[in-house]
Design a protein around this ligand. Structure first.
Ligand SMILES: [Zn+2]
Length: 252
């Protein structure tokens, strides 16, 4: 049998304990998409893989690609994300980004655009761009991958553009005030959220500089994102609960 060795840059988006000594890691790579790898001995503290096999590890990985689960042999870090790991809020949002990627992608389907977006989000978070804003932008962009790309440019009912909108979760996007009766559960949007949601969808990750938003605006956007994912993709994120707890302490 020929063992196919591969080397690829990737980010670990999930880890699972396997037996007494091993871990299974889910690695998101530019070349191969999402792959599952067995990391033998990774639970032993002295094993070199133990430092590697953590969510948000970002580096060059040497592994054997199997038909099912592959095997991870070595990995070399490209960025330890020290600031993310030592800041509870940043770490929470980075976990949310990793979990979203894991939940919304299929194994072995490469998407270089998505990979770059994931990398860029984490690198910007590490450099100090607001983690809550970055996670929201990433979540809005991932709606397309989830098959629930919302309409954020015009009314979903009449197709006209308006100065203000409501957000219709069941309709999938903006609803103008004249059509508001079509969805009694639609949520009226603030002027800030009306401007930011389409911007989050369109703006390339590379163009994001220093963005700072009022905490009420980010809370409003997070509520829309969370509800939309829950209702339209049946997605409840583990890391979301943690973010909710954090946001209660956020200063206004
Ligand atoms: Zn309308």
């Amino acid at each position: 049998m020929i063992a196919l060795m591969a080397k690829a840059e990737g980010i670990i988006i999930r880890t699972t304990d396997y037996g007494e000594n091993n871990k299974i890691v889910t690695l998101y790579t530019e070349t191969f998409g999402k792959i599952g790898l067995m990391a033998r001995g990774a639970k032993k503290p002295k094993n070199p893989l133990s430092a590697v096999c953590q969510v948000l590890f970002y580096g060059l990985c040497l592994f054997q690609k199997g038909r099912g689960l592959g095997t991870l042999y070595q990995a070399e870090s490209l960025n330890p994300f020290k600031r993310i790991r030592t800041d509870v809020e940043k770490a929470g949002y980075a976990s949310l980004v990793a979990e979203l990627t894991d939940r919304l992608t299929e194994e072995r389907q490469s998407s270089p655009g998505l990979y770059r977006s994931l990398c860029r989000t984490l690198i910007l978070m590490e450099k100090g761009t607001d983690a809550a804003v970055l996670a929201s932008i990433y979540a809005v962009k991932m709606m397309r991958a989830a098959g629930i790309d919302p309409e954020l440019d015009r009314c979903i009912s009449c197709g006209r553009s308006s100065r203000s909108y409501l957000f219709s979760f069941s309709g999938g996007g903006f609803l103008c005030p004249s059509c508001a009766a079509r969805d009694p559960y639609a949520l009226p949007l603030s002027a800030a959220a009306t401007q930011l949601l389409p911007l989050f969808k369109r703006v390339p990750m590379d163009r994001i500089g220093r963005i700072s938003l009022k905490s009420e605006t980010i809370k409003e956007i997070e509520t829309i994102i969370r509800t939309y994912y829950e209702q339209n993709a049946g997605l409840k994120l583990r890391s979301q609960r943690f973010i909710d707890q954090l946001s209660r302490f956020r200063k206004d």
